[in-house]
Write a protein that binds this ligand. Structure first.
Ligand SMILES: *[C@@H]1O[C@H](CO)[C@@H](O)[C@H](O)[C@H]1NC(C)=O
Ligand SMILES: *[C@@H]1O[C@H](CO)[C@@H](O)[C@H](O)[C@H]1NC(C)=O
Ligand SMILES: *[C@@H]1O[C@H](CO)[C@@H](O)[C@H](O)[C@H]1NC(C)=O
Ligand SMILES: *[C@@H]1O[C@H](CO)[C@@H](O)[C@H](O)[C@H]1NC(C)=O
Ligand SMILES: *[C@@H]1O[C@H](CO)[C@@H](O)[C@H](O)[C@H]1NC(C)=O
Ligand SMILES: *[C@@H]1O[C@H](CO)[C@@H](O)[C@H](O)[C@H]1NC(C)=O
Ligand SMILES: *[C@@H]1O[C@H](CO)[C@@H](O)[C@H](O)[C@H]1NC(C)=O
Ligand SMILES: *[C@@H]1O[C@H](CO)[C@@H](O)[C@H](O)[C@H]1NC(C)=O
Length: 510
């Protein structure tokens, strides 16, 4: 029997420093909600499609629960500026012009969003061949043009940021932040309030700097296409270390919603939507609303789940515990003093699941199931329910009794009595912390002298770690690492560690 808490590092670029500055443009005090065409129409859009989509959004009644922004994405832009340098649109695709389209959107009672790019050209879906206008070097003129067209929102993408031939660069050789601050400053010099959505794909830790730049920042590569559950998992793993950076006016953007699109099951779409809502991502519908299914409307329209997103406190949920290959537990505070607990079933089968209240710090609580609205009364210690394959359990907990915090003994990974082998080596993180890196691929770290108590059995173990090697593509363990932990030479237990932070698991020594 033993207890330990160990710092352990795999690579050493962390992003734990909390941003202090915020943009404070008074906008997006709650995460923006609306519609964007990309996940359904890619960049292949024209005016009649936009007008129909705006009408469909209104007809769906979803604006009445908060989806008020109608945003353009790529595809409508021109390739050449006017003689005086003004941004233009493709007159074949948008015959009556973007200002008229904006007026139409406004006439429906919606807000209007446009799209541009922080590089030489914008993104497209033809391998960079379209060469639609980007705003780099034209920020003042473009901010003036977009606001004169009635824009209320700007999504600002990151293609061709390095030079005129480098389409998509996930490792640009310079600091991207000035590209995004230039447009922030240009927008602030116009007289129109514009929600500013930084779309840097998470390549240079935008959570560290973007709270002072935009109202939201994309934390990851695109959610699709293709639409898949694996993309949802990749993005969930990537947000783990940065949930604390979000707050009113400055949000982690997990990308557009896939609710209503083919490929994910209804329970998977509910998990995706619950997570995006509770983490306080912008909620941008990106499906064809001309004939939405009842499931689509029920998911997007669930007021109890939307209320998590629009809660006055503006605090993101944070990662609590992963039961590897089993389920996740996340939770966070709400304005009325209650707590949201979110459980995600990683098993691709429906089954009974027991949610342990101690994983969110309570011994008892009054609970409401937020998908069904059912009052579950007082739950004590744990709650057992049936959960769908890849489905969510979302509970609002009030009248809570806190559970005693677990007491840990701290064991530094770099202590001299530990054994490193197979290339594992200590490295200095800063003047007071030394970690152990190069674990895995044959490298092992063995703790010795861990207090296991006198009677054996199970103990809670918690590991601090830094990984931070984010990925733009899906892998077996996208944005996570698998650790294999064995006690007293016993069988190895798999412990999945999302991007960076701390994981807890129960280890047995019998
Ligand atoms: C318009 O832009 C395209 C692509 O950037 C460029 O190849 C072309 O020379 C431009 N045409 C004019 C008339 O400037
Ligand atoms: C530039 O020209 C366009 C028409 O081509 C006009 O709408 C716009 O007002 C002009 N902008 C400036 C800054 O002169
Ligand atoms: C404008 O849109 C039309 C219709 O989609 C397309 O054929 C044409 O290539 C586009 N022009 C430019 C300059 O992108
Ligand atoms: C563009 O940037 C890429 C990536 O840094 C570089 O490999 C390439 O040589 C650059 N091309 C030009 C024309 O500067
Ligand atoms: C989940 O299981 C179903 C049915 O067996 C299968 O069709 C689907 O591909 C599985 N989903 C994933 C993401 O593996
Ligand atoms: C819940 O967690 C506590 C603390 O780790 C543990 O003592 C208890 O056995 C767990 N309950 C269930 C039902 O797993
Ligand atoms: C779970 O589903 C099974 C089979 O449908 C049912 O017998 C059981 O009562 C359900 N359990 C709960 C806690 O709802
Ligand atoms: C070193 O890193 C630790 C862990 O992130 C942190 O708590 C501590 O403040 C840092 N110390 C210095 C001197 O930067």
């Amino acid at each position: 029997m033993f207890t330990m808490r160990v710092p352990l590092s795999i690579i050493s670029t962390a992003c734990f420093i909390h941003a202090i500055l915020a943009l404070h443009n008074g906008l997006a005090v709650k995460p923006p909600m609306g519609w964007n065409p990309y996940n359904v129409f890619l960049c292949d859009t024209d005016e009649s499609q936009y007008r129909a989509a705006a009408k469909d959004l209104v007809a769906s009644a979803l604006p009445s629960v908060g989806y008020n922004y109608f945003n353009l994405d790529c595809g409508w832009q021109g390739t050449n500026r006017t003689a005086n340098g003004t941004f233009t649109w493709n007159t074949t695709r948008i015959p009556s012009g973007v200002p008229a389209l904006g007026s139409y959107v406004h006439s429906l009672g919606l807000k209007f969003g446009v799209y541009s790019d922080a590089g030489y050209y914008s993104c497209d879906f033809v391998n960079g061949a379209a060469h639609w206008l980007g705003s780099l070097g034209h920020e003042a003129a473009d901010a003036a043009a977009f606001t004169s067209w009635g824009a209320d929102y700007l999504k600002y993408d990151n293609c061709y940021s390095v030079n005129e031939t480098d389409f998509v660069d996930y490792n640009p050789p310079f600091n991207l932040e000035p590209h995004f601050t230039a447009m922030r400053d240009a927008l602030s010099r116009t007289s129109r309030p514009v929600v500013y959505s930084v779309c840097e794909w998470g390549v240079q830790d935008p959570a560290r700097w973007a709270p002072a730049v935009g109202n939201s920042w994309r934390i990851s590569n695109d959610i699709g296409p293709p639409n898949s559950w694996d993309n949802v998992l990749r993005i969930i793993n990537q947000v783990v270390p940065i949930t604390g950076f979000a707050g009113p006016g400055a949000w982690n953007d997990l990308d557009l919603l896939e609710v209503g699109n083919a490929e994910m099951t209804v329970p998977e779409q509910k998990s995706h939507f619950s997570f995006w809502a509770a983490i306080k991502s912008p909620l941008l519908i990106s499906t064809d609303l001309s004939r939405p299914s009842q499931d689509t409307l029920d998911i997007l329209g669930n007021k109890r789940i939307i209320a998590l997103n629009q809660d006055d406190l503006g605090k993101s949920i944070s990662f609590q515990r992963r039961y590897t290959n089993d389920y996740d537990v996340w939770s966070g505070p709400l304005a009325d003093g209650s707590t949201v607990a979110l459980v995600l079933n990683w098993k691709n089968q429906s089954r009974s699941l027991t949610f342990n209240l101690s994983d969110v710090g309570f011994t008892s609580a009054k609970a409401t199931d937020l998908w069904s609205g059912k009052d579950l009364g007082i739950i004590r210690n744990s709650y057992t329910t049936n959960i769908s394959a890849h489905g969510p359990l979302v509970l609002r907990l009030s009248h809570t009794t806190p559970s005693p915090a677990p007491r840990f003994t701290y064991y530094p990974a770099s202590a001299s009595k530990n054994t490193l082998s197979g290339g594992a080596s200590p490295r200095t993180a800063n003047s007071s912390v030394t970690v152990v890196g190069d674990i895995g691929n044959g490298g092992t770290l063995t703790f010795t002298g861990v207090d296991g108590g006198s009677s054996g059995g199970s103990k809670l173990v918690s590991i601090d770690y830094i990984n931070a090697d984010y990925t733009m593509r899906n892998t077996d363990c996208s944005n996570c690492r698998n650790a294999f932990v064995s006690v007293n030479g016993g069988p190895a237990q798999q412990v999945q560690m999302p991007l960076s932070g701390q994981v807890s698991f129960t280890a047995s020594s019998d």
